[in-house]
Design a protein around this ligand. Structure first.
Ligand SMILES: Cc1ncc(COP(=O)(O)O)c(C=O)c1O
Length: 358
């Protein structure tokens, strides 16, 4: 390999984060959400690392579940969007997947499956997010009408819109609306994502679905959440050129950064084609030689330029951390007007994922 651009995946952080989040909900079972290639960390990598602590996994679509099966992961997989087409019901059965049913069309597809080839299902309730799920007013009738499709593994699930925000009362109102119908139906429940697991104890039910927190993402607007989580990805690259420019010279496309004094500019081998956000503004932090340096000029497709005037001895080949232990991904996300979830999931396939086991 020539270019030193890599996403280092920290197995110890993944294990620590999952176990810590699971430990604050000892009466629940917890599953790792590994959709979108495990939020960019590599679904097969992550499932292999977590398979002894996460007894099930969750993905968004059946293709993601089948990719886990092809890699030899045997734990049950919950498919959070359920079937997009009727044929996926039988695929789910063949691959030991649990389909989340969020609308009556899906239940009819399942009903049309041969009785001995129906996968286990969960039922999703729309408790206020208004994205997927049966209406609160319909779910009891649906459960009665399709009782023959339920099994001992059926769970009633819902999803929160604002669980990271400890000051937002909407989560409590979603919870109480959901609890009313779930109590009436009497099946096990799954409510909490990782922010809810941390912030809303009442949401820790039979199954918690742990996503971003496992990867070291932000789970709470509160400062002290009582659980330590660490970044599971370090995105790093290296310097491929260093030059000195005079005051008044502009750098990069559109010359959006202009040197106010003679400046040393380093060019780094990562760009928006690798998933480093083009929207990152001038002054987005990176780490070089143990010091913070800052983006100077627009992000190009394959390169960025950083101002390293204040750092001695910067040379070609020096490592640059784009995010990780030293540069919080949330800080970079804020500089690009987005969230850590998006940055993680957008690291492109051009960037090799290197798993480190300590
Ligand atoms: C239905 C569902 N459950 C759980 C999760 C995991 O959420 P988080 O990554 O916030 O922990 C997601 C993620 O978007 C989801 O869509």
């Amino acid at each position: 390999m020539s270019r030193q651009t890599q996403a280092i995946i920290h197995a110890d952080a993944l294990l620590h984060n999952f176990k810590s989040l699971a430990a604050i909900a000892p009466s629940s079972q917890s599953m790792a959400v590994v959709k979108a290639d495990a939020y960019g960390h590599g679904a097969v990598n992550v499932a292999r690392i977590l398979q002894h602590v996460s007894s099930q996994f969750a993905v968004a679509i059946i293709e993601e579940a089948i990719a886990l099966r092809d890699a030899g992961i045997s734990a049950p997989v919950v498919v959070l969007e359920g079937a997009h087409q009727a044929k996926e019901c039988q695929m789910a059965f063949q691959h030991n997947c649990i389909l989340v049913m969020h609308c009556e069309e899906q239940l009819q597809w399942l009903n049309n499956c041969p009785e001995n080839q129906r996968p286990h299902i969960w039922l999703k309730v729309d408790s206020g997010m208004h994205r997927l799920g049966f209406a609160i007013s319909d779910i009891e009738d649906m459960t009665k009408k399709y009782r023959h499709l339920l099994s001992e593994q059926t769970v009633i699930a819902t999803h929160f819109a604002c669980a990271d925000d400890v000051d937002n009362g909407f989560t409590a109102s979603q919870l109480s609306a959901f609890k009313r119908v779930a109590d009436a139906i009497g099946l096990p429940t799954s409510v909490a994502n990782s922010p809810a697991t941390v912030n809303w104890p009442a949401s820790r039910n039979a199954w918690n679905r742990l996503g971003v927190g496992v990867y070291g993402g932000a789970v709470s607007t509160a400062n002290n959440v009582g659980v330590e989580i660490y970044p599971a990805m370090t995105l790093r690259s290296s310097i491929l050129a260093v030059r000195t420019i005079a005051a008044g010279e502009g750098v990069g496309y559109g010359q959006t950064w202009v040197a106010s004094k003679p400046s040393k500019i380093a060019t780094v081998g990562i760009g928006y084609a690798d998933g480093y956000p083009r929207h990152c503004k001038n002054k987005t932090p990176v780490m070089v030689r143990g010091k913070r340096a800052f983006l100077a000029g627009r992000v190009s497709m394959d390169m960025i330029t950083i101002d390293v005037t204040h750092i001695d001895n910067v040379s070609v080949g020096d490592e640059v951390e784009l995010w990780g232990q030293n540069v919080p991904i949330q800080e970079v996300a804020a500089c690009a007007d987005t969230i850590d979830y998006e940055l993680m999931t957008r690291v492109s396939q051009r960037v090799p994922r290197i798993v480190k086991y300590l």
